[in-house]
Design a protein around this ligand. Structure first.
Ligand code: DGJ
Length: 748
């Protein structure tokens, strides 16, 4: 890993074993982008990569008087502005006192150092030892405004990853209004790329979508106040023809949980501009003298060997360099959550009965979900009144948590701190604490309003209430929920001209509260949640090592959701539960084994009343728990390879595999969506094994027992042909719709 600086021609080359990133300071002081991709040998001069014409650019503003060819509109840039000749989407827009938005930030200085500098008040990736990363900081200055922009680039020893962020400082005497200040920009020369992102909705989160890029702009965003189920703050450029195992991908993921914008724009010379950051829509930020504004970080990852490799690098990087605290590398407990078992309809006795049965079958942690506080008997009241509902729980959370603890199980609790129901003591005392506009009726969603976490007194109230419960009870897990998107974004503590700051200040407030609570209670395992997966992002993972992936617990739908989520986020971070059938979101019936076979690839748990299953199913649950305990390290922290995608080939089959570090053990999951009569010969393929290792498979449906890794990966695993004889009704469950197999592969 190195950062070279060629002072003769002002070029920076960030390089490690896998990637190179090259920047050039142009004669005009503009910052040109030269290259990002597979590692290049270092040379003293990369100026040939510049895109400057040797003739006048037709009908295009040129930057230097009398010198033809230097047009910002055709130049590949690092952090472009609008107004001086570049007509593409800019990285920033700054409104000045005279009403102009034209700026002139030019190269001023640079610094190269070991380590990664930290961001203030924002989630961020980090290194444990300074020699794991090197950082380049380039300062641009607008002399007229007396303001600086600092662009940070960090390269890592062990990953094909560059993290970037940008800061702006106002040293001038007049305030500056940021109307847009994105985290990063990169202009990539012509290449056959497609645009990939993860789109969805509640219960259909993070489906993989690929779109052709023509001469136009494709943008995804969130205006919801949360990163959202609709579009994850991640985009990738995918080389046409690339797939899980081959081809080039450039991924960019924003470490942020609020409104964002991510876009690509192909210009008239086929250059692709890609940029991302806080959504400029409904955003503005006034920067007074001596103030700094810091944009969130982006994590750029490169792969020239397919999407699996891109994801595996994101997974490892996030496990080692984003997630923090005691639970970072610790195997997660098998939990049972009462939400789908009881919804709001429970009392202490019902809860204890669910816990007793779960304990008997081997579950390790009981999680009490929504409904334990205030007057919360439905979703119309209670949020904000964070004390036990004694009519449901006579000995309170304190007493219940002790009972569960005495049973030999850990106890976890649900909160939704960011919200308030109008029908609460809190709202009656402090209606001004909710986001709402004076003299207008605020819009409710799930009968609740959003508290203004930009206000310090709101955060203090929540901190005091939550920490009191955490201190008094025996709590080892918290599910932190957030169940509505923002409307009526207006804060009572900001003057009119500053209202564009409200949504970002809210997110900074959420981060502040999370930081305080996770610091004071380091032993607690925190799981983030937002109406399922409405805030599944790298920002949240910095505070909480796992996130509830989706409210959709249907095993078949979960194949898509978990597959899509795994494009960026580690398997250990995805909450995945076995729930009752018919499934509460789709009405679909799947076997208890298939439900577990999908949920095994996540932070595994149950979300049903185990008293209401058959004895056969209870035996299966017992076996599932034993299997998961034996293989937990591998399943949560191994290397994940996706094999057959639910987004291709008509969603017939899905498969994926988890392989341990030394490739001595693997678990393959194979899922059949639609069965067909009189099928051909069925095969599954492994991935990620050592081709030269000998492996053993003991599975009644598989022909043979001992294989080399190469055969399992390249020739495939052949299943016994079962069920084609109309007189043979044995093994039908292995054949039908939604059947699945878990295959353990062990080196001998
Ligand atoms: C939404 C969550 O995603 C569910 O798991 C559950 O906790 C409910 N909220 C409770 O209101």
């Amino acid at each position: 890993m190195n950062i070279f600086f060629n002072s003769n021609n002002m070029e920076f080359h960030l390089q490690n074993d896998k990637i190179s990133y090259i920047i050039k300071v142009l004669g005009t002081g503009d910052l040109g982008h030269l290259y990002f991709g597979k590692r290049l040998n270092h040379r003293e001069n990369f100026s040939n990569m510049l895109q400057i014409f040797e003739h006048q650019v037709p009908y295009t503003p040129e930057q230097i008087d009398g010198v033809s060819g230097f047009a910002l509109d055709t130049l590949k840039q690092e952090f472009p502005a609008f107004g001086t000749g570049d007509y593409r989407e800019p990285a920033y827009v700054i409104l000045q006192e005279n009403g102009s938005r034209v700026t002139d930030y030019k190269f001023s200085k640079y610094e190269i150092f070991n380590r990664k500098p930290s961001l203030k008040g924002l989630p961020q990736t980090y290194v444990e030892n300074d020699d794991e990363a090197k950082t380049l900081q380039i300062t641009l200055k607008d002399k007229h405004l007396n303001s600086e922009i600092i662009l940070s680039y960090t390269i890592y020893k062990n990953y094909p990853i560059i993290t970037r962020n940008s800061n702006i400082i106002n040293n001038g005497s007049s305030p500056l209004t940021l109307e847009r200040f994105l985290s990063f920009n990169m202009d990539i020369p012509q290449k056959n790329y497609e645009f990939m992102h993860l789109s969805g909705a509640w219960a259909r989160e993070r489906h993989v979508v690929t779109t052709p890029i023509n001469q136009n702009r494709i943008s995804i965003d969130s205006k919801r106040g949360a990163s959202s189920s609709n579009n994850n703050p991640f985009i990738a450029l995918k080389e046409i023809g690339a797939d899980e195992f081959k081809g080039e991908y450039i991924g960019v993921n924003l470490v942020y949980s609020g409104n964002f914008l991510a876009q690509v724009e192909k210009d008239h010379y086929d250059n692709i501009r890609i940029n991302m950051g806080i959504n400029p829509f409904n955003f503005s930020w006034i920067l007074e003298k001596d103030e700094t504004f810091e944009a969130p970080e982006v994590v750029m990852c490169y792969s020239d060997s397919g999407l699996n490799a891109l994801s595996q690098n994101y997974h490892k990087f996030y496990q080692n360099n984003l997630i923090r605290g005691e639970w970072k590398h610790k195997a997660r407990p098998i939990l049972i959550n009462n939400w789908e078992a009881t919804y709001f309809d429970f009392d202490e006795d019902k809860i204890v009965q669910i816990a007793i049965k779960a304990k008997e079958l081997g579950v390790e942690l009981f999680v009490l979900d929504d409904g334990w506080f205030g007057t919360r008997n439905g979703d119309t009241s209670g949020l904000g009144d964070w004390w036990s509902n004694l009519s449901k729980l006579p000995s309170g959370v304190e007493g219940l948590s002790k009972k569960i603890d005495e049973m030999g199980m850990k106890f976890g609790l649900w909160f939704e701190p960011e919200m308030v129901n109008p029908d609460t003591d809190l709202y009656r005392q402090h209606p001004e604490w909710a986001l709402s506009i004076p003299n207008r009726k605020p819009t409710l969603s799930r009968n609740q309003l959003t508290l203004d976490l930009g206000r310090a007194e709101v955060r203090d109230y929540l901190y005091e209430k939550l920490s009191k419960i955490l201190r008094e009870s025996k709590i080892s897990y918290i599910k932190w929920d957030m169940n509505r998107n923002m409307t009526d974004v207006w804060s009572g503590v900001l003057e009119g001209k500053r209202q564009g700051e409200t949504a970002h200040r809210y997110i900074l407030g959420v981060y502040d509260l999370m930081e305080r609570l996770t610091t004071e209670f380091p032993h607690i395992l925190f799981e983030s949640c937002a109406g399922g997966g409405n805030r599944f992002d790298a920002g949240m993972l910095y505070y909480m090592p796992q996130i509830w992936t989706s409210d959709d617990t249907d095993a078949v739908e979960r194949l898509k959701i978990q597959y899509g989520t795994s494009i960026i986020y580690p398997i250990s971070s995805m909450g995945a539960h076995v729930s009752a059938v018919p499934n509460h979101q789709t009405g679909r019936i799947t076997s208890i084994d298939t439900r577990a076979n999908v949920a095994f690839f996540g932070a595994f748990g149950y979300e049903l009343d185990l008293n209401h299953i058959t004895d056969d199913e209870a035996n299966s649950v017992k076996r599932q728990i034993e299997f998961f305990k034996e293989n937990r390290e591998l399943l949560q922290f191994g290397t994940f390879h996706r094999i057959e995608s639910p987004f291709e080939n008509g969603f017939q089959n899905v498969s994926w595999i988890m392989v341990n570090k030394d490739q001595s053990e693997a678990i393959l999951g194979v899922y059949r969506i639609h069965s067909i009569p009189n099928p051909g010969f069925d095969k599954a393929f492994a991935a990620g094994l050592n081709p030269d290792f000998k492996y053993k498979i003991e599975h009644e449906d598989i022909l043979g027992e001992i294989f080399y890794g190469d055969e399992l990966m390249y020739s495939g695993i052949k299943f016994r042909k079962i069920g084609i004889d109309t007189h043979d009704s044995k093994n039908l469950e292995n054949l039908g719709d939604y059947s699945s197999k878990i295959i353990k592969i062990t080196k001998i």
